[in-house]
Design a binder for this molecule. Structure first.
Ligand code: FDA
Length: 414
């Protein structure tokens, strides 16, 4: 029998950070993970450099960068532990970093720096780590909870679930957190892959399949009216469809069966450009539009219509107008997505109405959920890690403050 003040299940971003903070606040903390190596997602994040937070995150308006049934749920945690707080920790550990576009902060060297930092913080808090170690069962007991694990029975008044989402099963993602929530009667918002490449099939896609590897800046949108969402980012053609930051971002908002709309030459009045060209040029239309989009795309594009395979001065105004319209509003319905195999995150998860936005404790006293397992999903760009840090911090503070589990949710659903 092993006794702790808190057991954290999942040694990823949220779990390790929460454990380190709680340990340094005086709790005896055990972290359990079934994987051989901790924090595999940090290791592969940001192309191996870890985009660890984002300077543009506005905690007062989380709906700008987060999705979920109630994006405002994360306001409290994000306000109390900010991007600047995490940055200060990174600086205390002497980790060099740089800012990329749109406020994204990356390590200069390797994501390993951040894993080392989290493990050092856990070390400073006397946190015990068991891994690889499976948790076979969690049940309530007189002292709170009992866990059956590969290393024996563990008792603790508090259990923190930090097992993340379903993305990338090959490095250890499971639905453990969702199942545990359901075991205790807590609702789970149906999970779905997010920040994921979209796929296209059939004859309609054939002309573009040959463009794999091609990238260009676009404006991409989905949804109608109030539900409309748009991003100005880079698009990447792949063998099976579309990817790149533009598509990853829009995928989180895209609903199966609905179209995405792409402006392939954002910032240009294409009709005007083509009509002007008609007055002064004898170049092929493909060569004219190659000034606005990559020439491989221009070539593939004009194949769609014999009226576009001629010198611009010989084209009908109507035909040029149709071309401008097609390039500026390319509307296509994805067949699907690359799924959890390639998704960077999982949207959905433990329903925020079941949790306290101050403490992350659920309606089941003493049971906390933090990080990606919760129905809070950030944009690409360091937002998901900031949610992991902030929710982990809020949970650790609450546990250390010794809030009696009977306090229950303080503001369920935000
Ligand atoms: P996380 O997935 O980090 O950790 C969960 C832990 O629980 C894992 O260690 C897992 O082994 C363990 N676990 C799962 N099931 C278990 C079970 N049954 N028993 C015991 N342990 C179990 N975000 C960002 O902000 N910036 C970035 O640069 C990137 N880049 C990026 C790249 C790629 C390729 C991916 C897949 C994802 C990203 N992300 C990202 C997203 C980010 O990695 C993710 O949101 C956080 O890691 C979530 O942190 P969590 O701690 O909630 O889960």
């Amino acid at each position: 029998m092993h006794d702790f003040d808190a057991v954290v299940i999942g040694a990823g971003a949220a779990g390790l950070f929460c454990a380190g903070v709680a340990g340094q606040l005086g709790l005896r903390v055990l972290v359990i993970d079934h994987a051989e190596k901790v924090a595999e997602k940090i290791r592969i994040s940001g192309g191996g450099r870890c985009n660890f937070t984002n300077r543009e995150l506005d905690p007062r308006a989380p709906h700008k960068h987060f999705l979920g049934e109630n994006p405002n749920f994360c306001r409290s945690a994000l306000s109390r532990y900010t991007a600047a707080d995490f940055l200060a920790l990174v600086q205390r550990h002497g980790i060099p970093f740089h800012e990329k576009h749109k406020g994204q902060l990356f390590g200069d060297r390797s994501a390993e720096d951040f894993i080392g930092m989290l493990l050092a913080e856990c070390g400073a808090g006397g946190v015990q780590r068991w891994q690889p170690c499976r948790v076979q069962a969690v049940r309530t007991a007189s002292a709170g909870y009992e866990l059956d694990t590969d290393r024996g029975l563990v008792r603790a008044p508090r259990v923190v679930v930090a097992t993340g989402g379903l993305s990338i099963p090959k490095i250890g993602a499971t639905d453990f957190g969702h199942r545990l929530a359901q075991q205790f009667g807590l609702k789970v918002v149906a999970p779905r892959p997010a920040l994921v490449p979209l796929t296209f099939e059939g004859e309609g896609w054939a002309p573009y399949a040959q463009l794999a590897g091609l990238a260009l800046p676009v404006r991409i949108a989905t949804g109608e009216r109030k539900a409309a969402m748009a991003f100005d980012e880079d698009l990447l053609f792949t063998h099976r469809g579309l990817s790149g930051p533009a598509v990853l971002q829009i995928s989180s908002y895209w609903r199966p069966g609905t179209p995405v709309r792409i402006d392939l030459a954002p910032g240009h009045d294409l009709q005007e450009v083509l009509l002007q060209a008609k007055l002064r040029s004898r170049k092929l239309i493909a060569n004219e539009i190659a000034g606005l989009v990559p020439s491989r795309l221009a070539d593939a594009w004009v194949q769609q219509n014999p009226g576009w395979q001629r010198p611009v001065n010989e084209a009908a105004d109507k035909s040029l107008g149709a071309l401008a319209q097609a390039l500026g509003r390319w509307e296509l319905v994805p067949t699907g997505s690359e799924g959890y195999r390639k998704a960077e995150v999982t949207a959905g998860g433990v329903d925020t109405r079941e949790l306290s936005q101050q403490t992350m404790e659920s309606r089941q006293p003493g049971l906390y959920f933090i990080g990606e397992v919760v129905d809070v999903t950030g944009w690409l760009g360091g937002y998901n890690f900031q949610w992991a840090w902030a929710s982990g911090w809020a949970c650790a503070q609450a546990m250390a403050a010794g809030r009696a589990p009977a306090d229950g949710p303080t503001a369920a659903g935000g």
